[in-house]
Design a protein around this ligand. Structure first.
Ligand code: XIL
Length: 338
């Protein structure tokens, strides 16, 4: 049957031949756009809520409220995924950002925070049990220098689990308890290459594996710029994925985007090349099972708001036209077509 999208088929069709799932972050509000829905349902075989399963959006009121949770956005995304036979990845249970106001202003003690977080993990994972196959249990717990980030969960006042990575361990244990079938991930940014932060995460992962702490994989966010396209960085990227894979962990590229400072023909071509190289890095490592872009279209990308003067980071432009990066990803997913 002829494909409406291109002769080469869709990313999703190309991905089906290999070991890589192709996902994207999605927002239920954007499901009102026909083009958005048609691309989401045909080009990707996984979605992940860009925001709607985070603590603040999903748990906007304290547990003393008769109705502490709001699953509506996440549920709409899950329904879309089920209608289109897509996987759903969960993001994220323990993070310092996008927490609700009641949490920050509650002056909770460590033991109160402990039971808040435990109940949160159980409630959210149970709600999506059998619907969400993998969770970013803990997100961005390290600083760039490899020390623990100071957050409400770690030391303000923290959940009282102990020093170092103890609260991550505790969160993973609660998550395993809440849904023994879900794959449990630690997810972070600027950890793609070998540096102080990825070294610290590696040490944690090695320790967790040794002691049987339930950790199934590592998410590498991969919010990158064209600076990544140099042989040294890409070699370190590959070696880094390899060392985590050698611990028996699954590797997910969870939030891929390649931001630019302009949309010239040359920049779009360079972007395409780098997207292709990231895909190839994942292809060559059998433990790398997911490449997920952080959105579909430049129209809705988070980049312009968070990286001033930058943008044009995704595979479709703001008018839903495929960019050169789209073809590069398609080619990398279907190497026989190269
Ligand atoms: C971003 C979303 O894309 C934005 O819409 C939101 O305003 C802020 O968060 N690392 C993560 C993601 O793990 O959850 C972040 O998503 C981007 C950086």
């Amino acid at each position: 049957m002829a494909s409406l999208t291109s002769d080469a088929g869709t990313l999703r069709q190309a991905a089906q031949a290999g070991h890589i799932t192709i996902g994207t972050a999605a927002a239920s509000g954007d499901l009102n756009e026909a083009e958005y829905c048609s691309i989401l349902g045909s080009e990707f075989n996984q979605l992940q809520a860009e925001n709607e399963m985070k603590f603040g959006p999903i748990h906007p009121r304290p547990d003393t409220d008769p109705n502490p949770y709001d699953f509506s956005g996440g549920d709409r995304l899950v329904a879309f995924a089920q209608d289109h036979k897509m996987l759903v990845r969960g993001h994220t249970l323990v993070w310092h950002n996008q927490t609700p106001a009641w949490l920050a202003s509650g002056n909770y003690t460590a033991s109160q925070l402990q039971s808040i977080l435990n109940r949160h993990i159980h409630a959210v994972m149970s709600h999506y049990a059998s619907k969400v196959y993998a969770w970013d249990v803990v997100n961005e717990a390290f600083d760039d220098d490899g020390t623990m980030r100071h957050t409400i969960w770690y030391d303000q006042p923290g959940i009282g689990a102990g020093d170092g990575t103890k609260y991550i361990e505790q969160s993973l244990r609660w998550a395993r308890e809440a849904n023994p079938n879900a794959k449990l991930f630690y997810n972070d940014y600027d950890t793609e290459t070998i540096n102080k932060k990825s070294d610290a995460i590696y040490a944690m992962a090695e320790d967790f594996k040794k002691r049987g702490v339930p950790l199934d994989g590592i998410g590498f966010q991969t919010h990158i710029s064209l600076r990544y396209d140099n042989p040294k960085t890409l070699t370190y990227f590959a070696q880094n994925l390899d060392r985590f894979a050698n611990l028996g962990l699954e590797i997910h590229i969870t939030e891929l985007d390649v931001r630019l400072t302009d949309s010239s023909v040359a920049s779009l071509a360079a972007q395409a090349k780098l997207y292709g190289k990231v895909l190839t890095l994942c292809e060559r490592q059998p433990a790398c099972r997911l490449v997920q872009t952080w959105g579909i279209t430049d129209k809705h990308s988070w980049i312009p708001q968070f990286f001033k003067g930058q943008g044009w980071a995704l595979l479709w432009d703001a008018n839903y036209h495929k960019k050169p990066a789209y073809s590069a990803v398609l080619k990398a997913l279907a190497p026989s077509r190269k």
